[in-house]
Design a protein around this ligand. Structure first.
Ligand SMILES: NC(=O)c1ccc[n+]([C@@H]2O[C@H](COP(=O)([O-])OP(=O)(O)OC[C@H]3O[C@@H](n4cnc5c(N)ncnc54)[C@H](OP(=O)(O)O)[C@@H]3O)[C@@H](O)[C@H]2O)c1
Length: 307
């Protein structure tokens, strides 16, 4: 992939992924959420977060198994978009392992053992509702994971901006999950008590850009995830009256096709295999509730990310 020579250190390069603050090295195992004003926030400096977690041997970050609580999903129906590879496939596989009925949506037909597959679902297609409702055939979805996403290969800065790609990222990452969520909701396939997980990214945090993008750049991707966060926040508001809880989740730094361009910093920034990342996501989905609806959470440490 093409890299801009002016582009600087690892922290900048990895600015859209994972996290922990030394001051926040606490285990968030409790099921009763704190009031919003008391919730702790994670920190923007990803290499520092990871180094802190390692030094403190923080189990929540370093070994999700220590706190993992997936039991809530047993017998539930889960739908994962972009479930054919990467994190989406890992999340779908993890839900399957934990006893959920798993339905994945994909663009191109594929067979996935133990999972139901709805193919032909391109989240940029306004007709996605038709394909989804036909494929679901009346099945109610307890947990919707809007996972499908896209991060263009080339680095973006003033010397190279690809407007077509920018609009594509915004369409896939921000409007796409809105299309899917609307499709299910309007077809009455998201019952009261359902949870909606928007897989966004820390790259969508505007207040973290000074630390993570000190030289700017990454325009289309980070704009798409900021828009996705706004979408999730607004959906959470609209869904309050319907008893459907929503979260914007940063899934952490995962070793997938999308982050292969950052391979050189996987180790220093704590990238994990997608099977581990999936457990972190499944764990945080278990904590989504009407009390916490609308929050932006880092699945690596369970702490909040500022907008
Ligand atoms: N990996 C990380 O460290 C990381 C960090 C922060 C956020 N995220 C977010 O986590 C999610 C999954 O990331 P990943 O690393 O697993 O990415 P990935 O390996 O690139 O997989 C992307 C998935 O999205 C699907 N997709 C892309 N465009 C689509 C479209 N127009 N309609 C429907 N599906 C589409 C892909 O389907 P095809 O196979 O058909 O292309 C694929 O299943 C994304 O939203 C990403 O932004 C990941």
């Amino acid at each position: 992939m093409s890299q801009c020579p002016a582009r600087t250190p690892a922290i900048v390069l990895a600015s859209f992924v994972a996290g922990i603050a030394f001051a926040h090295l606490v285990c968030h195992c409790s099921s009763s959420p704190k009031p919003a004003e008391e919730e702790e926030f994670t920190i923007a400096n990803q290499p520092q977060r990871f180094a802190n977690a390692k030094e403190a041997n923080n189990g929540r970050v370093m070994n999700i198994e220590e706190v993992y609580e997936p039991g809530y999903c047993k017998g539930k129906t889960v739908l994962v978009t972009g479930g054919n590879r990467g994190l989406g496939f890992a999340i779908a596989s993890e839900f399957l392992k934990q006893g959920a009925r798993v339905i994945v949506t994909v663009r191109s037909p594929v067979k996935l053992e133990g999972m139901e597959v709805i193919s032909g679902v391109d989240v940029t297609d306004d007709k996605v509702a038709e394909v989804l409702t036909k494929g679901l055939a009346g099945a109610q979805v307890d947990i919707l994971v809007n996972n499908a996403g896209y991060f263009m290969e080339a680095v973006e800065n003033m010397a190279h901006i690809d407007f077509k790609e920018d609009l594509s990222m915004i369409d896939i990452c921000a409007v796409g999950p809105l299309r899917v969520t609307q499709a299910l909701f309007n077809a009455q396939l998201l019952p009261r008590g359902a949870r909606v997980a928007m897989i966004t990214s820390q790259g969508g945090s505007i207040s973290w850009r000074t630390v993570q993008n000190p030289q700017g750049g990454d325009y289309g991707h980070h704009m798409s995830k900021a828009a996705a966060n706004m979408m999730g926040a607004l959906v959470s508001q609209e869904f309050k009256q319907h008893g459907i809880a929503v979260a914007n989740l940063h899934p952490g730094f995962n070793k997938t096709d999308m982050t292969a361009k950052y391979k050189h910093i996987w180790a220093v920034e704590g990238a994990v295999d997608s099977a581990v990342g999936a457990k972190r996501v499944v764990h945080e989905i278990g904590k989504i509730s009407m009390e916490t609806t609308g929050r932006f959470i880092n699945c690596e440490d369970g702490l909040r990310i500022p907008w």
